[in-house]
Design a protein around this ligand. Structure first.
Ligand code: ZN
Length: 511
């Protein structure tokens, strides 16, 4: 015990001191400091190009600008990768082949952004007119001029749509390569660049592009540069995503609404039936009681369990922020909870409430159930477990409005519409040698210990890379956690952008 702890301390101090000794990271940092003005000027141009799905012309200009950025950096084979379906925003692609390199990394970011409603943005802001502030607006930051001398402070923020999600990713990746070549360094591996244009619209045609361009998209690993660093501000690496699927449930009772005085106690109430059915799916400790619900889960490895235990706890901070005093699964942390499959009620509806409330027995009650999945789960199998549970509660399950015959025959009738939108989870093992190199490369750029998350709670279509290319992925986010992505007042903290360039550059030096 003692010995391993000592070893841990030793390796810890070595990796920490390495952060100040890696000459390559110091060179990258120097380049960023000396070229901050140029980097930000170019970034401002990129941010001023509209990149929302409703503006295909703006998206084309954005893609063309990124191609120019790549050509200016001497990146080879710069081209657009088009889906087989016409009109889909293309991927911007390019590559750098390094003589003697044994491995190939593909760097992914997306250049499209979420829709904007300028009326919701702060008064001083326009989504496509980047502005710089002395701090976050909600931390009393004020609008300042872009400095003529190129001296930028870490706490400053640039406000614009996609400043964080995910033009920051595009910018950090391309400037990392620039920093390497202009600092007289040579990347340790072959580099490929893949900038998607349809991520915020659900990557609906990504499969077509991956399939069509399979030969040029071969690699040893995809580095996904998207999303925020840990809430604590520490850099993090995320090794997987949860999957997701849905079920629409509708319980039927009498054919017409009934007077609750005349029929209450006698006629079945669908809201009560649905409430009981849903309540039967979880126990008081938040565990799903559906048979076999947790059976397929691939257990975390020892390395992953250790990483999970080391994730800084955000539970108390989040409980306070959210105004809740307890959690659903007692004794389970947020990080642990997102590493298990979940069953969540997205919404329920039956009869009317508030001003429209009336003394009635409604005719039906409906709910949308959302199933998040982890590695090992299959979305259709997981849906089936819920359906089997409903049947085991005595329900007759149909996929349409019940007929009079069915109403006569069955006491409990439910319509179940399984969503066809399923996405399985994906997780890359932390034990792989190339992943160990990724962890080391990010570590040497950070002052603080980095956070290793076996999975993020949300869902991204990373399984597509595995399905079409048999490829592994790892997510290395760079944005500040309070970047307001997908909402108004989106921003990137200057320190996060600059450190992101270092992180991406260090990854490009992997041998
Ligand atoms: Zn994104």
């Amino acid at each position: 015990m003692k010995k391993s702890f000592f070893f841990f301390l030793l390796s810890f101090s070595i990796s920490q001191s390495a952060s100040t000794q890696s000459p390559e990271v110091l060179l990258l940092r120097k380049f960023v400091n000396n070229n901050a003005g140029n980097i930000i000027n170019e970034f401002r141009e990129l941010l001023s190009l509209p990149n929302v799905a409703a503006d295909p012309g703006g998206q084309q200009k954005t893609a063309a600008f990124i191609m120019t950025m790549m050509n200016n950096r001497g990146i080879q084979k710069v081209q657009l990768l088009n889906a087989s379906t016409p009109g889909v925003p293309p991927v911007v692609y390019g590559e750098v082949m390094v003589p003697g390199a044994k491995q190939t990394l593909i760097f992914y970011a997306h250049y499209d952004g979420q829709p904007v409603n300028p009326a919701q943005w702060a008064k001083a802001l326009d989504p496509f007119e980047p502005k710089i502030f002395s701090n976050a607006i909600d931390k009393e930051g004020i609008n300042i001029p872009f400095p003529a001398d190129g001296n930028y402070l870490n706490e400053w923020r640039i406000y614009a749509r996609s400043a964080a999600d995910d033009k920051a990713g595009v910018d950090a990746i391309l400037n990392a390569y620039d920093a390497i070549r202009k600092s007289g360094l040579v990347p340790g591996c072959n580099l490929k660049f893949f900038f998607e244009g349809e991520e915020e619209a659900g990557s609906t045609h990504l499969n077509e592009i991956l399939e069509k361009y399979r030969p040029i998209l071969q690699s040893d690993l995809w580095i996904i540069c998207d999303g925020p660093v840990h809430q604590s501000g520490k850099k993090q690496i995320v090794f997987g995503v949860r999957g997701d699927t849905h079920l629409d449930l509708t319980v039927y009772a009498s054919k017409r609404p009934l007077h609750s005085g005349h029929y209450g106690n006698w006629a079945p109430n669908p809201a009560m039936m649905l409430a009981k059915l849903l309540a039967s799916m979880k126990d008081d400790n938040g565990r799903v009681t559906i048979k076999g619900f947790y059976d397929d889960v691939t257990p975390l490895t020892a390395f992953e369990r250790k990483a999970l235990a080391d994730v800084p706890a955000a539970d108390e901070q989040m409980k306070k922020e959210l105004g809740i005093s307890t959690v659903e699964m007692k004794g389970v942390t947020l990080s642990e909870a997102i590493n298990q499959p979940s069953l969540n009620i997205n919404g329920m509806q039956s009869g009317n409430v508030g001003k429209l409330a009336s003394n009635q027995i409604p005719t039906y009650a409906t709910a949308v159930v959302d199933l998040r999945l982890v590695l090992g789960n299959d979305w259709q199998r997981q849906q089936q477990k819920v359906i089997d549970h409903i049947k085991a509660q005595g329900y007759y399950v149909t996929d349409r409005e019940p007929s009079d015959e069915e109403r006569k025959k069955y006491a409990q009738i439910i319509k179940v519409i399984p969503g066809q939108d399923g996405v399985n989870a994906q997780r890359t093992s932390m034990d792989l040698p190339i992943i160990q190199k990724v962890i080391a490369a990010v570590k040497i750029t950070a002052k603080d210990p980095i956070v290793l998350q076996p999975t993020m709670g949300g869902t991204l279509p990373l399984f597509l890379f595995e399905k079409y290319l048999n490829a592994k992925t790892v997510t290395v986010p760079i944005a500040n956690h309070d970047n307001n992505q997908h909402a108004e007042n989106e921003n990137i903290r200057i320190g996060n952008l600059f450190e992101g360039i270092e992180t991406m550059g260090s990854l490009m030096m992997i041998k």
